[in-house]
Write a protein that binds this ligand. Structure first.
Ligand SMILES: [Zn+2]
Length: 452
């Protein structure tokens, strides 16, 4: 996921409830195998076990040392892309890029781009180099027929390499680096996409063709999906919907966040009906907005109905500790089952109308509805957002904040830089109260801000 500004869903860690649903599902699915009742778990487990083993193997492959954290433009991301294309091909998908399974894009980051509080690493105009990344695209049908309706299942396979500017790890000493394996973010999404691709190879998921799209450059700023929607290999007019999996490996209890349900009137009914099925039963945390910190945003901005699945924030987010052993593979399988049902329901819809959600506007600027009433110090190179001045009578001043304070947290969110600060603002509504933590001469001060 691109940045750290999503609200943490309230997660009730109920292992007992989870286990009972799991066992219930197993027993339920076995009740029609007469004569096998004596070993119910062993039988129902087989399909689950195979699915979970595949999910785990894919995550372990993507997070292996060989791919070095998959930073876009680096050899590790290139090799991961090669592996992913081979995997898609083996699952029976057809090449759907502009060069086999690949679609390359070039991107020149906009300076200045600061690297963790070290001004010597600030990239000036002169040293900004073009970065080349590759999307990996596979389809369940030939791209030749451009008249049919397509569905897009998406994820991103890039991550932060040895810790790029989006890392939240501060190391032990200045200048430390460590590989960021990105298991939840987003090997988990890739694995779920491949699981759905494998089901297609066994039995068609839908009569309409599906594009399985794994983007790169997501962490850098949705570069790959942006490039795809600008130069689609499948006509965008034919894309009826897009479902994005980004960070789906940490299901806790039954809580699953599904964002974008306001982007089409069909979503709520489909989500409800699939959630009522055996084995689902999620406690859904819904958010209508089609704009979020991941690749579905690129499609939403082209008027495509979208959904984004997300199992929630955690302390290992964008750190070297986001490792494969911490994922809930059973949960990922459950999400894949849920998604398969949704894809099937979409098939039954004659039309999937697009609706704009209220927080979107036609421009591409960061969208936020509230301000703090401060002048940010754009040249501050430390961690956080330093206030260079406060406006009279505005939220910051009313809460007692002063020039020189460094904002390090807004609500639940760590604020690492300007971008994080601006994105953080997009979460709040006018009139809401939020805890804001600042550092003043090194000491932590927490104030209650009322947004206006
Ligand atoms: Zn991320």
């Amino acid at each position: 996921m691109k940045s750290h500004f999503l609200p943490t869903p309230v997660l009730g860690l109920s292992k007992v409830a989870f286990l009972s649903i799991f066992i219930g599902a197993i027993l339920g699915s076995c009740s029609n195998h007469e004569g096998e009742v004596a070993h119910p778990i062993a039988i129902a487990d087989m399909g689950d076990k195979a699915g979970m083993a595949a999910l785990k193997a894919d995550v372990e492959q993507l997070t292996s040392d060989e791919y070095e954290g998959r930073e876009t433009g680096k050899p590790g991301a290139y090799k991961a892309g090669e592996w992913l294309a081979r995997r898609m091909e083996a699952l029976g998908l057809q090449a759907a890029g502009d060069s086999g399974f690949f679609q390359s894009f070039r991107y020149k980051p906009h300076p200045p781009m600061q690297v963790h509080g070290d001004t010597s690493k600030t990239m000036g105009m002169a040293v900004v180099r073009e970065i080349v990344g590759r999307n990996v695209l596979g389809a369940t049908a030939s791209l030749v027929d451009t008249t049919v309706r397509w569905g897009v299942i998406g994820c991103h396979h890039d991550h932060l390499g040895w810790g790029d500017e989006n890392s939240l790890w501060r190391g032990v000493a200045e200048g430390d680096s460590a590989m960021h394996p990105g298991a939840d973010d987003n090997a988990s999404g890739v694995a779920v996409l491949l699981e759905l691709a494998s089901r297609h190879s066994v039995a068609s998921l839908t009569g309409h063709p599906l594009l399985m799209a794994s983007f790169s450059g997501e962490e850098k700023g949705l570069w790959g999906s942006n490039h795809f929607t600008n130069e689609p290999t499948v006509g965008l007019q034919q894309v009826a919907w897009m479902i994005n999996f980004d960070m789906v490996g940490r299901l806790r209890g039954d809580t699953l966040a599904v964002y974008g349900n306001g982007t089409s009137p069909v979503w709520n009914e489909i989500l409800d009906s699939c959630n009522a099925r055996k084995g689902a039963g999620f406690e859904l945390v819904l958010s209508e907005s089609g704009v979020g910190p991941s690749d579905h945003t690129s499609f939403y901005l082209e008027d495509v109905p979208v959904l984004h699945f997300f199992t929630g924030q955690h302390e290992d987010y964008h750190k070297p500790t986001d490792t494969a052993d911490k994922l809930n593979y059973q949960g990922m399988l459950r999400i894949a089952d849920f998604a398969e049902c949704i894809v099937g329901e979409l098939e039954l819809q004659e039309e999937i109308p697009f609706t704009k959600t209220k927080d979107s506007s036609s421009d591409d600027a960061p969208r936020f509805k509230v301000t703090l009433g401060v002048v940010p110090d754009y040249l501050f190179s430390g961690s956080g957002m330093r206030i260079d001045g406060v406006s009279e009578g505005r939220p910051a001043q009313l809460a007692g904040l002063q020039k020189g304070d460094v904002v390090v947290r807004i609500g639940e969110l760590e604020v690492a830089d300007m971008m994080g600060y601006m994105e953080g603002l997009s979460m709040f509504e006018e009139g809401e109260q939020t805890e804001v933590e600042v550092l003043r001469k090194g000491a932590s001060i927490v104030v209650e801000v009322t947004w206006d």
